[in-house]
Design a binder for this molecule. Structure first.
Ligand code: WQD
Length: 343
């Protein structure tokens, strides 16, 4: 039998855990390394419920060369999907060194170990944040990158540059960076989903906690943007669609041969822009209840609108988002209700 073990760093996180499911369903053997600094052990139980077996997991910081070396050897790792990173935009502005050290340090260590052990396939989590406030919509991979508006965003930009520079220096690694748009939703089984620590800063987790009574009211950050209803526009993508993009990217890496570049980058979005108010309306229809919200001031750092042209991923990875905004919110709401029933 061919060895198809894929190391998933940050595999207990929101996107990581759903990708573990997609990998297993596609016949890969996922192995997790996660330090649980922003994730919970209960995710492993959820994965077990879905897959019917325990996914191997090392509870450790992945910015540790020896741990990675041991893991690569013991598990016979053949490819890596690197999710492990801090991701809170506001926090990154307060603790830049911690963000640079963690997000870039782990990437450098990982790539060192890959080169040392001859493991060539790497998928890197990037973000649509690299486009900043784009002049033309939707954004393609050729849309100019803007100076990062946050330290978090900068770690993603620098991460992409590291991949590009390593590719220019030698062809030992095959690498794909995926630029995620706004992931929402949960596994339809409601066994895994997003688990924000503390007060959520992202729209859908805050909205869910408001609907379930944990928060009193959602504030819509500004309705005076130059958009049809005045609220910001984003590309909300179901996390299972996003997870499946990693499987497609991994398969595409296998085909990356020859003397040319072994690094490529893809937008992973639904390809549709929705406003904050549209999302709220869709959620109200899904949940059958009115949401308590008010219009508040703009939030610093928010861009007016960004959504993906995902043609390149369709043509070259054979991947396209299949699930609707409504389906994503149905799955999110099922997950939230299950969570609240537990506590
Ligand atoms: C979406 C929209 C808000 C909360 C961020 C990161 C990005 C990424 C995903 C991370 C915006 C509005 C939000 C609220 C609101 N990567 N909103 N009330 O800012 O598009 O992207 O998360 O891991 O890099 O920047 O996502 O969910 O915070 O906001 O009105 O309480 O909802 O203004 O228009 P964002 P978000």
């Amino acid at each position: 039998m061919t060895n198809n073990t894929i190391l998933v760093t940050g595999g207990a996180g929101f996107i990581g855990s759903h990708t573990v499911v997609a990998l297993a369903e596609a016949g890969f053997r996922p192995v997790i390394i996660d330090d649980f600094s922003n994730s919970q052990q209960s995710v492993l139980e959820g994965l077990k419920q879905i897959l019917g077996y325990e996914v191997p997991c090392v509870a450790h910081d992945c910015n540790d060369r020896q741990t990675l070396l041991d893991l690569f050897q013991q598990e016979n790792v053949r490819g890596v999907i690197h999710f492990a990173a801090f991701k809170a935009v506001g926090e990154s502005m307060e603790e830049p060194l911690r963000y640079y050290r963690n997000n870039l340090g782990s990437l450098l260590t990982l790539m060192d170990v890959m080169l040392e052990t001859g493991v060539s396939n790497l998928i890197f989590s990037s973000s649509c944040t690299v486009y900043g406030e784009p002049e033309v919509l939707p954004v393609t991979e050729l849309t100019p990158i803007q100076p990062a508006a946050s330290v978090y965003g900068n770690t993603k930009q620098i991460g992409e540059e590291i991949l590009r520079d390593v590719d220019a220096a030698n062809k030992a690694l095959k690498m794909i960076a995926l630029r995620y748009f706004n992931p929402i939703g949960a596994h339809p089984s409601a066994q895994i989903g997003e688990l924000p620590l503390g007060i959520p800063s992202n729209l859908v987790p805050y909205l869910l906690q408001t609907a379930s009574g944990l928060r009193q009211q959602l504030t819509v950050f500004g309705d005076d943007y130059p958009t049809p209803d005045g609220t910001c526009i984003r590309d909300y993508i179901h996390v299972m669609d996003l997870a499946e993009a990693h499987v497609s990217a991994l398969q595409a890496l296998g085909q990356m041969t020859g003397a040319g570049s072994h690094y490529d980058v893809f937008n992973i979005g639904a390809g549709q822009g929705n406003s904050v108010l549209e999302l709220i309306r869709t959620f109200e229809s899904v949940s059958g209840q009115a949401l308590n919200y008010r219009i508040g001031p703009r939030r610093a750092g928010d861009v007016t609108a960004v959504y993906a042209d995902a043609t390149k991923a369709r043509e070259q990875l054979g991947w396209t988002a299949k699930r609707s905004l409504r389906e994503a919110l149905e799955d999110s709401w099922r997950w939230e209700q299950m969570l609240r029933a537990k506590v």
